[in-house]
Design a protein around this ligand. Structure first.
Ligand code: BGC
Ligand code: NOJ
Length: 809
């Protein structure tokens, strides 16, 4: 069952009923001011940091599920009837409803009692504000008088404090209303640097800034007293809950259309701001007034919207493909690339599942996200790499997370996830492959942000590799520490005495548990570093030797007979082996070892992949491990805390699936690679939206595995490494348009029944127009000249167009 459809032409997903299985959200903002918005206008906004600069409130995990938003009400004074044109919060029986989620904008349109409404929401480029544009058309035979009410509930900036510290916060709220603009200025007394504003293009019939005055006692947003009554009370909040609501009265002739603009924004004084008046506690209205005036004008809004569209044309223009499969095209050309940009902006901070106050930027996560956006924004990718690397510790280890505002390592979480440092090598390799900019290796970057410790980035990469080699366990495999990629595989948890409290991961990083996954990742990273060394004329043989040695260790202690083992626990017991009663086979080492090239030549890779197909693959995607753990096991940690079929305990953890797609492509199996791709491609799952339940236009972190009663149900959409890795799998390995250190390679491993495909790829400033077709013999021509089909394409001059024709048999 579908709840909408794709409009590829406009790059929109069109939702045609408001009661989607879950709120289907979109993101507003591209640089500093951001928000999430659901298909019924739920969501919130923030400036840079969703925890510390939250503009509006949102009530996570409430009933109804999606609560708090950018709400509007229309009221017909003739009948006293009122409704929300975005459905929430009054939930009217709309005659028509449509939500269009596009690239950084959302439009919700509806019709009720012959009043047509359309609200467009977006954040203009370069601004720290959001525009809401309401368009109303009277489709009645007679004139219509209407009242329009807006509504936002302000958050007192620190979202965590806002949700908990009521003894203080009920007394701090402050607002000011001047010339119809509502200013939210809580905290301005002491900080004197930031405030929010909410303005409307029309003369006001009234306003409210005290929530209780707007809603009325014991009422909620579904029937605010001001709307029911048809008049605001011009309330000014003193403490309690600052709120923003405008009231506008309009009259529309039959067939007449009118637009009303609203602007909600954030203002931060420049450091040398002159105060207004000097020395006062008044906010700096004189600076923001011109900005507000501009964005309330329709021509500015039209121009801003056009610029936003152009911005996305440009970003998405980095790669456009035309394949025999429409669902591949719409993900590669539009939604997967878009989701990659959202993970760049949000990391794991703000979604319907991430509250904005939890996790900062992940060291591991951010390095992997790079794979998905580096070709669109190489400059910002470089900046991101240098930020991440500056949090690395002198040991080569890494803080697991860092804070986006301070860019400092997060001491609460600390370090000890032993896969973390190796991701830096993989992230830098992705950057170098895309850009060829080897100067990044010379960039001086401190350790732990400690001035005076700066070393070239290359040194950081060397220490990353060293970190693993300095921490090998009893079998010569890398120590896992607190966990590896699988945060929940906490193998240094143990209980001295059965039944006694067990030691947690935090104090057990010194344990001896080992990870085959990290071993595979090490082989991959060491080979990448050797490639980088060769590129810049440094010695790299030792990395190749170390990779070789580690491959041998995997063969000796990491191979189980039909697949790669997962780990050894604190007691030296094997994990992920046929000899285990549960958790016999895990997906991660099968993907990572093969990506590192382990077993590709001797055929063990193919055997491992066959085992995955037989034991882990389901129609909804590949399960993380089997059999699921049926009960909690202290010696394995959090993984076994999940009921079977969910998350790391045998869920379909989508992030790992593309590793298997890549592995299948590496062994030359295009049909299997593409088959796995289709199983979790959200667009290909659109027709089963009642089962999948999450948005059909973006990847979710998890789909419930076959041990779960809800097999096939997705959760945790948007902020997941799944996005970047799937993008890499389909574009670089299946379609095979792969940046390498020395240039662009075209090496497709496509399904047998594909006649070919075409693609346009921007690469190092040139535009490659690629055609892949079938023929008797493999051949490659570049601008009409035959070259070896196994070579990387000769580097073209920036600004030129290159025609590439690859014939595959
Ligand atoms: C989840 C993991 C996640 C981790 C983040 C765990 O509860 O299962 O998927 O990475 O939390 O801290
Ligand atoms: C989500 C985390 O963000 C990611 O870093 C981790 O690898 C996976 N969960 C698996 O545990």
């Amino acid at each position: 069952m579908r709840f909408g459809h794709f409009d590829d032409e406009r790059r929109e997903y069109v939702i045609d009923r408001p009661d989607t299985p879950l709120p289907w959200i979109n993101y507003l903002g591209t640089e500093a001011y951001f928000g999430i918005i659901s298909n019924t206008a739920g969501g919130y906004s923030f400036y840079r940091d969703a925890r510390l600069r939250r503009l509006t409130r949102y009530r996570y995990n409430n009933a109804p599920f999606d609560f708090g938003g950018r709400y509007l009400y229309l009221r017909d004074p003739g009948t006293g009837e009122f409704w929300s044109p975005t459905w929430q919060p009054t939930q009217p029986e709309l005659d028509e409803y449509e939500c269009r989620h596009g690239m950084s904008y959302t439009q919700i349109a509806s019709s009720y009692r012959n009043i047509r409404a359309r609200v467009s929401y977006f954040v203009p480029l370069g601004e720290t504000l959001e525009v809401w544009r309401l368009r109303l058309t009277n489709e009645r035979a007679e004139a219509a008088e209407l009242s329009v009410f807006s509504s936002v509930e302000f958050c007192l900036w620190d979202a965590q404090d806002d949700a908990t510290n009521f003894q203080r916060n009920f007394s701090t709220g402050q607002v000011e209303v001047v010339d119809g603009v509502i200013y939210h200025k809580t905290e301005y007394r002491e900080r004197r640097d930031h405030f929010a504003y909410f303005a409307c293009s029309e003369p006001l019939a009234g306003f409210d800034t005290a929530r209780e005055s707007f809603l009325g006692p014991y009422r909620s947003w579904d029937r605010p007293i001001a709307v029911e009554r048809g008049s605001s009370s011009d309330s000014v909040a003193h403490g309690w809950q600052p709120h923003g609501s405008h009231h506008v009265r309009i009259a529309l002739q039959p067939g007449e259309t009118r637009e009303i603009g609203f602007v909600l924004g954030y203002w931060e004084n420049p450091r040398d701001a002159k105060f207004d008046p000097p020395g006062s506690q008044t906010i700096n209205k004189h600076m923001v007034r011109p900005v507000i005036a501009r964005w309330l004008r329709q021509d500015t809004v039209d121009e801003g919207f056009r610029a936003l569209r152009e911005h996305w044309d440009n970003l998405l223009g980095g790669l456009q493909v035309s394949t025999p499969d429409g669902e591949t095209d719409r993900m590669v050309n539009i939604w997967n690339a878009y989701q990659n940009m959202v993970t760049f902006n949000m990391s794991r901070s703000t979604s319907f599942y991430e509250s904005g106050i939890g996790r900062g930027m992940g060291f591991r996560d951010s390095n992997q996200d790079l794979l998905g956006f580096v070709h669109m924004i190489p400059e910002r990718a470089k900046e991101r790499i240098l930020d991440i690397a500056a949090t690395q510790l002198a040991t080569g280890g890494a803080y697991h997370q860092y804070q986006p505002l301070t860019k400092r390592g997060n001491n609460d979480i600390g370090s000890g996830f032993n896969d973390d440092p190796l991701w830096l090598i993989l992230g830098v390799a992705a950057y170098l492959k895309e850009t060829g900019d080897t100067s990044i290796l010379e960039a001086l970057v401190p350790y732990d942000n400690d001035p005076g410790t700066e070393q070239p980035l290359y040194d950081h990469l060397q220490r990353s590799l060293r970190y693993t080699l300095d921490r090998l366990g009893p079998h010569g495999l890398p120590l896992i520490g607190r966990a590896d990629w699988n945060d929940c595989l906490n193998l240094n948890c143990f209980s001295e005495t059965p039944g006694e409290p067990f030691q947690t991961t935090e104090n057990a990083t010194g344990g001896v548990a080992e990870s085959v996954f990290i071993a595979g990742q090490f082989v991959l990273a060491a080979r990448e570093l050797a490639g980088i060394a060769a590129l810049v004329g440094r010695p790299g043989q030792e990395y190749l030797d170390a990779a070789e040695k580690m491959s041998g260790t995997i063969a000796e202690h990491g191979w189980d007979g039909a697949w790669f083992r997962r780990a050894y626990d604190f007691h030296g017991n094997v994990v992920g082996s046929a000899s285990n009663d549960e958790g016999q086979i895990f997906i991660e080492p099968q993907g990572m070892c093969v990506m590192g090239g382990v077993g590709v030549e001797d055929g063990t890779a193919a055997t491992a992949l066959a085992s995955v197909r037989e034991r882990l693959a389901t129609p909804h995607g590949i399960i993380l491990q089997q059999p699921a753990y049926s009960s909690y096991r202290v010696e394995l940690g959090e993984i076994s805390s999940y009921p079977p079929g969910y998350k790391e305990n045998a869920g379909i953890f989508c992030h790992t699936n593309p590793w298997l797609m890549i592995a299948e492509a590496i062994v030359g199996n295009g049909d299997a690679a593409f088959d796995y791709y289709k199983r979790i491609n959200p667009a290909a799952r659109e027709a089963i939206s009642e089962v999948h339940r999450c948005e059909p236009y973006v990847y979710a972190q998890m789909i419930a595995g076959r041990d779960a009663p809800t097999h096939g149900e997705a959760k945790n959409s948007w902020l997941t490494g799944t996005a970047a890795w799937n993008y890499a799998a389909i574009t670089q390995w299946i379609l095979g348009i792969r940046p390498e250190l020395t240039g662009l390679r075209v090496a497709p491993v496509i399904p047998a029944d594909w006649p070919g495909f075409t693609a346009v790829r921007r690469f190092r400033g040139a535009t490659y127009r690629i055609e892949v077709r079938r023929g008797d013999e493999r051949s490659l021509t570049v601008d009409g000249v035959a070259v070896s089909p196994d070579a990387v394409l000769p580097l073209a001059q920036a600004g030129t167009d290159v025609e590439v024709i690859l014939t595959v048999s």
